[in-house]
Design a protein around this ligand. Structure first.
Ligand code: UDX
Length: 431
């Protein structure tokens, strides 16, 4: 099937290449000429495991092309909208890119073609867009995407579920999506066909739940710290209850990235606009608990060093999570910057996110080499749980630093091994 994908960021580029990998003819469209040039040459503009391979294979097969010209999408049967919906100053979602993508595709829409929204949008967006699309002879569906960075290809080709939001009675839209996703559906995952508003809500509800789960365990961490309890054992113990589940109960510096923080804020803004602010008021607390964890690391560093001014602090990790070079709303980058602003001499490192971090925080002292970042440090803080940092040998690292003090911001280091090697080991939520 000939399809187009408008927006070639994480979501769109991965979707385009994944759809080509299951046999579709795909054109990815983006207004950013540099991004299109890079993708067309097989150079991913971001780090995502497994993406390089399917990008190159798609280009080689001739089934995957990229363009800045919406006219190249003219003969597509399905047009995906996968542009960003960034946070506005008031917390609401900025829909300008969604509107621009729809405006770009409408003049080229073939009669009966399907526009499928993938972007995370406030509930009611599809209802607002539908009349324009109907008037142009097209149809609209919403097919939210649940991909996680670091697992984006896997989550696109073998998702936990597929959700189609379609207009009442539009069985043809669901049938078209079934045809498009035949390969994905052959793995046997659930497929839920619903209305447009539910499909929009499913996505924000999923992210709100995940954020709440993380902040729940981080609130327990605050208490555990105070009373000398261990939040990781608490998480293991409650996680054995299948109704609770252990996943997304890792306490630490909290959630960041391009989705969870902005989506819970946009959800509150939209719900408030609709008169349901009270229903999601708890998300304000979820946000505050999350941000307090960052304060806690800064305070703990000061406590361990007797003030951070002029002290050397090695920060391990800048990305918002491992296997990503994304530093959007990254707790790690925020903490590194705040320590520097407080007068610490911060040396920051990350296996993949130094370049992205440098673009937003050029003032930080970045050290691509881990040993170099650690050399002479009075305090080491692990903030992103990359495998290479989890695997560091406490004895060897002790030989590089000036002070054997460590904060485990993700509860992933072997505290006993660090203590045995002479370190003062502190973790979030482990008194
Ligand atoms: C998230 C959703 O998981 C995904 O379904 C949605 O489509 C987009 O948003 P992503 O932003 O890639 O995906 O990251 P995710 O793996 O969910 O992690 C989000 C943040 O939460 C990271 O900063 C991570 O470090 C943090 N986290 C995650 C925790 O602090 N504790 C946990 O137990 C899990």
């Amino acid at each position: 099937m000939k399809i187009s994908v408008f927006g070639c960021g994480y979501l769109g580029a991965v979707h385009a290449a994944s759809m080509a990998s299951i046999g579709h003819d795909v054109v990815g469209v983006d207004v950013d000429a540099a991004k299109i040039a890079s993708l067309s040459e097989g150079r991913p503009p971001f780090f995502e495991p497994g993406f390089d391979e399917i990008l190159q294979a798609g280009l080689d097969s001739g089934r995957l092309t990229f363009s800045t010209d919406a006219a190249d999408a003219a003969d597509a049967e399905v047009h995906f909208i996968a542009v960003g919906t960034p946070q506005s100053a008031d917390g609401s979602a900025d829909l300008r890119y969604v509107n621009a993508a729809v405006d770009a595709v409408l003049p080229h829409l073939a009669e009966g073609a399907l526009i499928v929204g993938k972007s995370t949008v406030p509930v009611g967006t599809a209802a607002e867009l539908a009349p324009r699309i109907d008037a142009a002879g097209g149809r609209l569906a919403w097919n939210p995407e649940f991909l996680r960075e670091g697992f984006a290809v896997q989550d696109t080709l073998t998702p936990d579920r597929l959700v189609y939001g379609v207009a009442a009675g539009d069985d043809a839209a669901a049938a078209k999506l079934d045809e498009l996703y035949a390969d994905v559906l052959s793995h046997g995952m659930p497929r839920i066909v619903t209305d447009l508003a539910t499909a929009e809500l499913v996505k924000v509800a999923a992210n709100a739940f995940l954020a709440t789960k993380i902040s729940f365990i981080n609130s327990m961490a605050e208490i555990a710290e105070g009373v000398g309890a261990d939040v990781t054992q608490l998480a293991d113990a409650i996680g054995h209850d299948a109704r609770i589940g252990r996943r997304f109960l890792n306490a630490g510096v909290g959630f960041g990235g391009g989705c969870l923080p902005k989506d819970i804020r946009a959800f509150q803004a939209r719900a408030t606009e609709l008169g349901y602010g009270d229903s999601v008021a708890f998300l304000g607390e979820v946000d505050r608990i999350n941000l307090r964890r960052r304060d806690r690391v800064v305070d703990l560093a000061s406590e361990m060093l007797g003030g951070v001014e002029g002290r050397r602090i090695a920060v391990l990790g800048l990305a918002f999570k491992p296997d990503s070079d994304d530093v959007r709303d990254s707790p790690a980058l925020d903490i590194a910057s705040r320590l520097r602003e407080a007068g610490a001499l911060v040396t920051a490192t990350d296996p993949h996110a130094i370049e992205t971090a440098r673009r937003v925080r050029p003032e930080l002292d970045f050290r691509p080499d881990t040993d170099d970042a650690l050399a002479g440090a009075d305090l080491v803080i692990l903030l992103t749980e990359w495998r290479e940092y989890r695997d560091l040998d406490p004895e060897t690292v002790a030989g590089l630093v000036s002070g054997t003090r460590v904060i485990d911001g993700r509860n992933v280091l072997d505290g006993a091994a660090y203590r045995a090697a002479g370190w003062e080991y502190r973790a979030l939520g482990r008194g």
